[in-house]
Write a protein that binds this ligand. Structure first.
Ligand SMILES: [Fe+2]
Length: 493
């Protein structure tokens, strides 16, 4: 079966295959196979084993080919996305599966790319394999490995997980970006309300959709510059307008997750537009059924189960059919079908949901669980992350869940926390593996209750005796607790 995710065009790939592109893809197929083989065999045998002699020679010659054809080789991967020298690869089924298995393995050591700038010798490949296999399983391993490779003069460098983004996503955000993000968010909520109120008026919906698109492009821009400037937006919760805020939060979280796995700009925009419309069918379900407390009757449940189809028919009525809305229809139809094919509508055996659906269903579940809904109380983000983990492989794509937790941490940016010294602060950067519960926090309220423009504290810092200096005591609700914190810094609306 052809994997449709690989047919999503990237950059100029709508055009017929250019010779250069074909050359890159031909090289990449051989390179991926050679790399997969040496990594696999080295896990089973000592690096001096006979079984590795030919595979290492093959890898060395593939590197030579690549350097001759392309110059320095830069191989990167996201979830189900592979690039060589920034050209998105369209691989056949076998190569795709090999690349996926290999990337999963490398990802466990925090590696998101390999860079080779000159020829490598067989003995150096062996040393690389030894270093790779003994590298720790955490997000910083790539850095450690690089230092060892550098010291040994081996011409391979490894890059971090976030495709093409470097570590820039973990810098402090500036206030302008946050204010801009907040303005876009407010505009989108207002526009979504108008879309829902004017669903029957096609020309009005067209105008509003264009405006929404401009807003989502703005969010993508902000996210590309600094992901954490928009993650905080998804902490904005509003009980009265839950459904509108939910849609925008899902768009925000989907953009963040999509960027983290290396989606292109055009794809992030398309993903965001899917997020705005994927659940529009629910606006046609009576609120007393949609938000009923307690168990639903069989009839009520059947009404709920119809909403993916209602979404499809509503999108078609509002926007008419065009190839550009195909993804919206697919995601609207699939968004309650699990990774394993469970859920509703009943999927055909072996149904594989679209990559956008798998991204969006994680964003949807996380925001729903952490929001106060008319029929449910919220749970804290750390508990919601654990629920995602529990259901990964069943409802959610396990690789995507891992990436999501990695980029959000247990206390996502924008969360307000009370620390063990009774000060309050806002999470600026989430905790990194394995310290997911140890974010960087900017102090905003002293233990006396006095507002302060305090320092940023890294909760992963330890005392000389190995104990943590300070920890999160609890997640706080800045509105209910009337905390004097600036609105632009936290998820307060
Ligand atoms: Fe839904």
């Amino acid at each position: 079966m052809v994997n449709d995710d690989r047919l999503v065009p990237a950059g100029d790939s709508n055009l017929p295959l250019a010779p250069a592109r074909r050359r890159v893809e031909k090289f990449a197929t051989g390179f991926i196979k050679a790399l997969f083989r040496i990594l696999k065999i080295a896990r089973l045998h000592d690096v001096n084993n006979k079984a590795l002699v030919h595979p290492i020679q093959d890898f060395v010659s593939k590197v030579e080919d690549g350097l001759r054809i392309l110059g320095p080789i830069n191989f990167k991967w996201g979830i189900d996305i592979f690039k060589v020298n920034d050209i998105r690869l369209r691989l056949d089924d076998d190569s795709f599966n090999l690349a996926r298995l290999m990337a999963d393995n490398l990802r466990e050591r925090g590696i998101g790319s390999l860079y080779l700038s000159r020829n490598i010798e067989g003995e150096q490949v062996k040393d690389f394999l030894k270093m790779y296999l003994t590298a720790p399983h955490n997000r910083e391993a790539y850095d450690l490995l690089n230092r060892e490779l550098d010291k040994a003069g081996i011409p391979i460098r490894t890059g971090p997980l976030s495709m093409g983004t470097g570590e820039g996503g973990y810098e402090m955000v500036d206030v302008d970006r946050r204010v801009h993000a907040l303005i876009l968010y407010g505009r989108m909520v207002a526009l979504m309300k108008r879309v829902v109120a004017g669903m029957e008026d096609k020309s009005e919906v067209k105008i509003l959709s264009r405006r929404l698109q401009r807003c989502t492009q703005g969010l993508v821009d902000l996210c590309e510059a600094e992901a954490h400037s928009i993650i905080g937006l998804a902490q904005i919760k509003d009980y009265d307008d839950y459904e509108y805020h939910h849609v925008i939060n899902v768009a925000v979280l989907s953009i963040v997750l999509g960027r983290e796995i290396g989606l292109e700009r055009t794809e992030l925009n398309e993903l965001a537009s899917c997020a705005l419309f994927y659940d529009i069918g629910t606006f046609k379900i009576p609120n007393d059924v949609l938000y009923k407390r307690g168990k639903l009757s069989e009839d009520e449940w059947n009404v709920i189960k119809r909403h993916p189809m209602l979404t499809v028919s509503t999108i078609l009525k509002m926007q008419g059919f065009a190839p550009s809305i195909l993804k919206r229809l697919i995601v609207g139809f699939e968004h309650h079908i699990g990774y394993d094919g469970s859920g509703y509508p009943t999927a055909l055996k072996g149904w594989k949901t679209d990559l956008y659906t798998r991204i969006l269903s994680i964003a949807d579940a996380f925001d729903a669980m952490t929001s106060r809904r008319p029929n449910r109380e919220p749970i804290p983000p750390d508990q919601a992350m654990r629920k995602l983990e529990e259901r990964s492989g069943k409802l959610y794509d396990p690789a995507l869940v891992k990436v999501f937790i990695n980029c959000m941490g247990l206390f996502p940016a924008g969360s307000v926390v009370q620390l063990s010294d009774d000060t309050f602060g806002v999470v600026i950067l989430p905790g990194k593996a394995p310290d997911f519960d140890r974010p960087k926090v900017k102090i905003l309220v002293q233990s006396s209750g006095k507002p302060v423009n305090g320092a940023v504290i890294d909760l992963a810092e330890k005392n000389s005796n190995g104990t943590y200096k300070i920890s999160v005591k609890r997640l706080a609700d800045p509105v209910a607790e009337k905390l004097p914190v600036p609105r632009y810094l936290v998820g307060v609306h």
